[in-house]
Design a protein around this ligand. Structure first.
Ligand code: GLA
Length: 399
């Protein structure tokens, strides 16, 4: 299993070289195409994408890379280096089990076929330094890398939102996760050096410059893995839908007072709705603070988000809470501005805003404190906002 720390220091270039070399060794020929898709970390706006709210993710410098060439067969012959496993996917029938690594690829492949596009037989080799089950959207990266590859292979670029929706549908139907739109959108639309502020209702997006060298985004992997397909994710989503129906409006349009005063919502549904309404407000607040480079108050938004996810939405876990407590102990004097769990929760990572000058000391203190209480070794990555997915032609029949 790749450690996040190792992965972050291995450049995309090195990963790409491994994917090219691995393809040659496995399939015995040169790849024609190389498709690359990043993971994402969400700074704030958790569990609001499926409630029409705004989110603030960025792409991280951890990637899925696919190399491919025409194969002398129909369907996709796909080899994953991480899994050490090959699978043959056909356009005609389903081969994969819901939620298996190849299901994401198969979903996108079959949905592409359903658009009436003629996809030739392909050999595909996959390398990745993106950990799965860590809340960094390795699934969206697999989906979008596949879609980006197929667009170039068939010579039919999809409109960005068509591609994002297609990948989301693959996740709903092949992985069985009723996810929102944030992950696929971030992986497609991200730009280097920017956070993506995405309005999940209007689908308007804004690139927010984030290139202050003195400030870093630190991602800490708790090493507690989540599995969304059997997590209470779907249950939370259903509770929000029920709250919206009972209140007669999307939670995006509801005020805290409406929730507090409602005789229709049970106490647990009120908690869920309170998180969503407060989190939607925090995204605007945090975006403003980041634009003004007001790191101290931006950090306070992260702590407030964590508390709400822990107490109202109940999607944190003791390990994530511990990482946030350790961050609070370090405090601003130690260069830690704020921290919270990120992604769906139930394990995975925290995201923290820190002073670059203190990064080594902060990582040391988090590691030591976390090890002492859990016996687990957390993993760290410092990432600048990376670019979204792309596919390149390496070599073709004419070259
Ligand atoms: C997962 C889902 C996203 C989003 C987050 C929580 O990553 O895929 O759509 O709902 O959880 O913010």
């Amino acid at each position: 299993m790749t450690s996040i720390t190792e992965a972050a220091s291995a450049s995309t270039q090195a990963l790409s070289s491994r994917a090219v070399e691995g393809f040659r060794q496995h399939f015995g020929s040169r790849p024609y195409w190389l498709s690359v898709a990043p993971g994402r970390v969400n700074l704030i706006g958790e569990h609001v994408d499926y409630n029409n709210g705004k989110v603030l993710p960025m792409a991280v410098d951890l990637h899925v890379v696919m190399t491919a060439a025409p194969g002398n067969h129909t369907g996709l012959r796909v080899y994953s280096a991480a899994m050490g496993h090959e699978i043959l996917l056909s356009s005609a029938s389903r081969q994969t089990q819901t939620g298996s690594w190849a299901a994401y690829i198969e979903g996108v492949y079959q949905l592409f076929g359903a658009l009436g596009l003629d996809i030739p037989g392909l050999d595909v080799y996959i390398e990745s330094n993106l950990p799965s089950g860590a809340g960094l959207s390795s699934s969206a990266a697999l989906e979008v890398a596949t879609a980006s590859l197929l667009e170039v292979v068939v010579g039919e670029p999809l409109e960005s939102w068509q591609k994002i929706r297609l990948c989301q549908k693959a996740e709903h139907e092949w992985a069985g996760v009723p996810c929102g739109i944030m992950d696929q959108a971030a992986v497609v639309l991200a730009q280097a050096g920017h956070l993506l502020q995405l309005d999940c209702r209007s689908l308007e997006s804004q690139q927010i410059l984030f290139d202050e060298p003195d400030i870093c985004v630190l991602i800490t992997n708790s090493q507690v893995q989540h599995k969304l397909s059997d997590s209470p994710y779907a249950q939370r989503r259903a509770q929000c839908e029920s709250a919206g129906e009972l209140l007669g409006a999307s939670l995006r349009d509801v005020a805290m007072q409406d929730i507090n005063d409602s005789p229709l919502l049970d106490p647990e549904t009120k908690q869920r709705a309170r998180h969503v309404v407060s989190e939607i407000a925090r995204v605007e607040d945090m975006t403003l603070k980041v634009s003004r480079q007001d790191w101290e108050t931006a950090g306070a938004c992260l702590y407030a988000s964590h508390l709400s996810l822990k107490e109202q939405y109940e999607v944190s876990c003791p390990e994530l809470d511990l990482l946030v407590e350790l961050a609070q102990d370090i405090g601003q004097a130690g260069g830690m501005f704020g921290s919270r769990m990120t992604g769906a929760g139930f394990g995975g990572c925290t995201v923290s805003l820190i002073a670059s000058s203190e990064q080594d000391a902060i990582i040391g203190r988090l590691r030591e404190g976390y090890r002492a209480k859990t016996g687990l070794d957390p993993d760290f990555v410092l990432s600048r906002p990376a670019a979204g997915a792309a596919c390149f032609v390496l070599h073709g029949p004419q070259t």
